[in-house]
Design a protein around this ligand. Structure first.
Ligand code: ADP
Ligand code: MG
Length: 765
């Protein structure tokens, strides 16, 4: 694996996964292949991310390797559905529904097995309890003769073992042939041992008398264990499907057709045939098919499905619209600007999918345990059987010791399934990431979510994050230069015309409102974090932030009113002060209060001057202000906070704050356009205010709390269950856990972990 340049990273669907240790097997097997650099297989999403060199390996080769182990990789078709490019997508949604249909079929097959085995197991369970009870308390024994009962149980156990329990038997076969073991293998070895032993002593009674073995058979154990475990797996599969609903909801948002103007006529075409630059017509109540810009008409648009904001947004010509949102009122025409995989919705789908499949650091421990679990458990089971025979036979006699030995062997194998352990983290992450997407909080990966839950300090960018980011010119103060003020203003506006800064927009608009004409600029230069400069009419002109040398009395006065003041120099002499004010967003103060209630320290970071920054910080209720920093110093300031021991989140606009976003433990970008660029941010908040950040923090904490609860219960259950099943309580209380309770407990644990994760869905953020 020396070359990394030709690597290709792809996500595949996996078929045939049964339990958490399958992902370990798949990862190990694929990694061994020549040309495969990295593999991330995930049981909860049933997806694998493979990084490989296409010249040295292929999907076919990978399938060959894992095929004999019972797994199959297929192209990730959700990706295709989300990313239809123009032209090549007839029947666009057909391929997407394939895996879902397959899963439904699987679920259906599982259901018919459950319909048979669950009632059977319950009856057998009742008979067992009756039989046990009648030996201890005074009540009539079973009304069925033992011989008949035994034959019936033999038949039912055979059906349970080889039809319902087929995956378990296959697990044993795989273990023997390829030395790979998963959870099915454990259950398979346990139940098959009980079955074969029982069948042997039933069919050849001589064995029993020769070895003076106990009279019982364990057919009932086979039926009940397989019954409960299968039922548990069915419930688990059903709820696992529900954890992934968010993605399907997102895909379902996509419009199927678009009404475009071609050759002067409006025609309806499939979504995939829309091309960039098409004029698309959207009627009231219609869905906007692709991202675009309004060119005609005005309306209110419901963007709740994308941003989580329930109030419709007013839009008119020039405004950006997002595909999949709903046009509530007017007739509008838009120019398509983004199609296929570039649309915001496609980007969101891709992101959510990747995030759901990513691993949280907290999962590393669970993975490690899962990978050594199977051999360890086989060892413990064999050891407990051996101990029962060695110590038990002299103490209890052959019959009882053999019987307890078999019960503990089966019990340990069955109870030990770390299914719950494998599901603990991913199910909660899937639900958390999905819930985030529904609320306009896009999470890049599980690690960001985990880090966000641990954050102790938040640093906000001022402009556009705390404030609206739409400053307006409030005052223009003449410094009585030789030129007229309007001319100086026209010089300033001409320079700002070339700048992207929010202040630049404000100055340009102000000049426009005064009908001031722009001049041509030579040698333009943007001074990052300081201002702009250039030559106009041969005069060097600068629009810049004030320095310590600027002592005009009006300057301090305007700044202390919370205004940002810039100075226009012409030919090296200050000619004009322009004061601008940006208003604080309505939600900012409330959000800051909420963050303080969550125990977070808040800071504001800005290149603006101290006085103006202080004024805004006070209005917002922010703890600390870090003002007059140059863009490259922003990251440094964050590093300082980290040195003081804070886990820092940085909330910024994602473009000019990139270094700070990367330096922070978690970077949070406030998205404004239709770009979901997440290179530097771990989390993106779609079109919202800081209230959304509060939601993100709550979501992260709730999700990670769910993960910890899940992990605790999964560990706890195995740590307590295995010794009990091995018979540790026998010397103390004289009880041995019947494997049927092990089967029941195992099913319950997985179901409760998935259930706990699903609870997150209904939690209020
Ligand atoms: P912020 O942290 O608010 O985004 P910046 O680092 O972008 O601030 O800019 C810092 C300061 O530099 C601004 O407050 C302003 O005084 C000055 N400045 C930057 N760009 C421009 C510009 N294009 N026109 C005028 N002043 C500018
Ligand atoms: Mg900025």
């Amino acid at each position: 694996m020396s070359t990394t340049n030709n690597m290709n990273k792809k996500a595949y669907n996996i078929e045939g996964m049964h339990c958490a240790s399958c992902s370990v097997i798949i990862t190990k097997t694929l990694k061994k292949l020549d040309g495969v650099a990295s593999v991330q297989a995930n049981f909860a999403t049933e997806k694998a991310q493979v990084e490989f060199d296409p010249s040295r390996t292929s999907l076919e080769k990978m399938n060959e390797a894992i095929g004999k182990l019972g797994y199959h990789l297929s192209e990730n078709s959700v990706e295709h559905a989300g990313m239809n490019h123009g032209g090549m997508d007839h029947g666009e949604h057909m391929d997407m529904s394939m895996p879902r249909e397959k899963k439904m079929q699987e679920l259906q097959a599982q259901r018919s097995k459950v319909r048979f085995i669950l009632p059977t197991a319950l009856v057998v369970f009742a008979v067992m309890i009756w039989d046990m009870a009648s030996r201890v308390i005074a009540m009539p024994g079973l009304p069925i003769p033992m011989e008949i009962l035994n034959v019936a149980l033999f038949v039912l156990a055979s059906i349970a073992m080889f039809w319902v329990g087929k995956p378990f038997v296959e697990g044993v076969v795989r273990f023997i042939r390829y030395r790979v073991a998963n959870m099915d293998t454990l259950v398979g070895i346990g139940t098959l041992t009980a079955y074969l032993y029982s069948a042997a002593v039933t069919l050849i009674p001589q064995i029993r008398s020769a070895l003076s073995l106990p009279e019982y058979t364990y057919f009932d154990v086979v039926i009940v264990v397989i019954g409960f475990v299968t039922f548990g797996k069915y419930l688990e599969a059903r709820s696992k499907q529900r954890t992934g609903e968010a993605i399907e909801k997102l895909i379902g948002l996509q419009a199927k057709t678009a009404l475009v103007v071609r050759g002067g006529r409006e025609i309806e075409i499939p979504l995939g045939e829309v091309i960039i630059g098409d004029t698309v017509v959207i009627k009231p109540g219609g869905k906007i098919p692709v991202d675009g810009t309004i060119i005609e008409g005005s309306t209110a648009i419901d963007e709740s499905m994308i941003t989580g904001e329930s109030i419709p947004v007013d839009k008119a010509a020039g405004d950006i619209v997002i595909g999949a949102t709903i046009n509530k009122q007017g007739n509008i025409k838009i120019t398509a600007t983004k199609i296929g995989s570039d649309t915001m919705l496609s980007q969101i789908i891709k992101l959510v999918e990747e995030a759901q499949g990513s691993k949280a650091p907290i999962q590393a421990l669970a993975d490690k345990i899962s990978s050594i679990f199977v051999p360890t458990v086989l060892g413990i089971a064999a050891l407990s059987l051996a101990l029962w025979l060695i110590i038990g036979i002299p103490a209890l006699g052959q019959s009882l010791a053999v019987s307890y030995g078999i019960l503990s062997f089966v019990g340990v194998l069955v109870i030990a399934c770390p299914c719950a352990l494998g599901l603990a983290t991913p199910t909660a992450i899937i639900v958390g990431v999905g819930k985030g997407a529904e609320n306009g909080v896009l999470i890049k990966d599980a690690e960001s979510l985990e880090l966000l839950s641990k954050v102790t300090a938040v640093v906000f960018d001022k402009t556009g994050t705390i404030t609206k980011g739409q400053p307006e010119v409030t005052d223009v103060v003449s410094l009585h230069s030789a030129m007229g003020d309007d001319e100086v203003l026209s010089f300033a506006a001409s320079l700002e015309n070339k700048s992207e800064h929010p202040l630049a927009r404000a100055i340009e608009m102000y000049a426009q409102s005064k009908k001031i004409l722009l001049k041509s600029v030579q040698n333009f230069e943007a001074l990052e974090g300081v201002g702009v400069q250039g030559d106009i009419n041969g005069k060097k002109t600068v629009v810049r932030k004030p320095t310590a040398n600027d002592t005009h009395p009006q300057l301090k006065q305007l700044q202390s009113e919370g205004k940002t003041v810039v100075i226009v120099d012409v030919s090296e002499a200050p000619a004009l002060l322009i004061a601008l004010a940006d208003t604080i967003k309505d939600e900012s103060a409330k959000a800051i209060t909420a963050l303080h209630a969550l125990g977070l320290k808040t800071h504001m970071l800005t290149g603006d001057n101290h006085l103006a920054a202080q004024h805004i910080a006070k209005q917002a209720g922010i703890d600390g202000v870090i003002a007059e920093v140059l863009p490259h110093e922003k990251a440094q300031k964050i590093a300082e906070l980290q040195k003081q021991g804070f886990v820092v989140a940085m909330v910024g606009d994602g473009i000019n704050d990139a270094p700070a976003l990367v330096q922070a433990d978690v970077g949070i970008a406030m998205a404004t356009g239709t770009d979901v660029a997440m290179e530097s941010a771990g989390i993106t908040l779609l079109h919202g205010d800081l209230g959304k950040f509060v939601k993100a923090v709550r979501l992260a904490r709730l999700t990670m709390r769910g993960v910890r609860q899940n992990l605790f219960w999964a560990f706890f259950y195995n740590v307590v269950g295995i010794p009990i099943a091995a018979g540790l309580l026998y010397p103390i209380w004289g009880v041995v856990l019947n494997p049927i309770f092990a089967g029941m407990a195992m099913a319950l644990s997985s179901v409760s972990v998935v259930g706990n994760s699903l609870r997150l869905k209904v939690k209020k953020l």
